[in-house]
Each structure stands twice: as structure tokens, then as C-alpha cells.
Design a protein. Sequence first.
Length: 89
Amino acid sequence: MIDYMLANNPMTKDDAVKEVERYIDNPGQALSYKVGMMKILDLREKAKAQLGDKFDLRDFHDSVLKNGAVPLPILEELVDDYIAKKKAS
């Protein structure tokens, strides 16, 4: 894994070793990051589809980030609120 990371990422060997050790120690971390990323991308596509020309990437990012770390069902509610407010404006 260290060799793969060095071949495919601009990082030092020490950084690659630390990252591999972190994922070995806590394998769910990478999975949770990926699940979160996929949910945010799905919500972004949902907002784009429902808002069309009213969709603004900065406003979307603000709605996702302004409340900090929240569970994904709460994040979806926040994005739904963002969509509803943009539609009403």
C-alpha cells in the first residue's frame, strides 16, 4: 500500500506510512469519508435538478457546511430546506 500511495500521490514516504497505519488502525474512517462524499454529491445533484438556474454552488456549500458535522439524515433535511428556500425566492 505504501508503494502504491507513493506511486500515485505527491507525498513523502513518512506521510504514506502514517496514512497507511491510520487506515489499518481505523479502517472505517476511509469508508465513512467516502459515504459522506457520495451523499453530498447526491444531494448536490438533487439540488441542481430541482433548482435549475437557481442553483448556486456557493449557496449549496454554505448549506452543507454552516452547521458543521451533522448526521447524514440531518444534512439531507438541511439541503431540502435550502432547496425549498431557493424555490420560494
